[in-house]
Design a protein around this ligand. Structure first.
Ligand SMILES: [Zn+2]
Length: 196
């Protein structure tokens, strides 16, 4: 086609072109996308993405299934919609984490005789947890996406840091005494990411 026709075509398809440029940029950054095909399992909930005839984004909870509804025409792959989905799931995880992790770390520390100062639930980008020099422990809210034995493994790892600050042989001996073979657990843990 000639230049005029091409120009008109591009103008008409502006919206589509813009969307796909954004999508290609997202792919380059290797970010995961979440859509209707996905079912996100947290410790206590199943989160689904669906469509509805309305014009707004809304959520509904039936028993332990939470569904996030988008209007039919929404392109879920667009960054801003992915951000909406991820922010929604993050808040579900945060609520679960705040209800579960303080109690869980208390049970584990009492069972094995650890003493820590404070525990905070955080949305950490690249770590599952951390322990400060003052024995304050940060736990990633994404622990709520792990099976309980792996989340316990992370919590025990941080609790062991209240005694050993480094990752020396004494640290690993203590941790393995409490949760078994670290190699096996680490291999299993690799299947999960600390972010979406
Ligand atoms: Zn460590």
């Amino acid at each position: 086609m000639n230049y005029d026709m091409g120009f008109r075509f591009a103008l008409e398809k502006q919206q589509w072109i813009r969307e796909h440029i954004t999508l290609l940029e997202q792919k380059k950054e290797n970010k995961s996308t979440i859509n209707e095909a996905d079912e996100i399992n947290t410790r206590f909930h199943k989160i689904k993405i669906a469509r509805h005839p309305g014009h707004n984004i809304m959520s509904r909870k039936v028993e332990n299934t939470i569904t996030l509804f988008f209007p039919e025409i929404t392109n879920l792959e667009l960054e801003k919609n992915q951000e909406t989905i991820k922010a929604f799931i993050t808040e579900v995880l945060r609520k679960e984490a705040k209800g579960y992790l303080p109690e869980r770390i208390k049970i584990l520390s009492e069972k094995y005789g650890f003493k820590y100062s404070k525990m905070f639930v955080k949305n950490l980008k690249s770590r599952w947890g951390s322990c400060s020099a003052q024995n304050n422990i940060n736990l990633n809210l994404h622990l709520m996406r792990l099976p309980e034995h792996l989340s316990d493994y992370i919590i025990l790892h941080e609790l062991c840091h209240t005694i050993h600050k480094n990752h020396g042989p004494a640290f690993h001996t203590l941790l393995e005494k409490l949760c078994g073979n670290e190699k096996i657990l680490n291999k299993e843990l690799k299947k999960y990411r600390t972010q979406f």
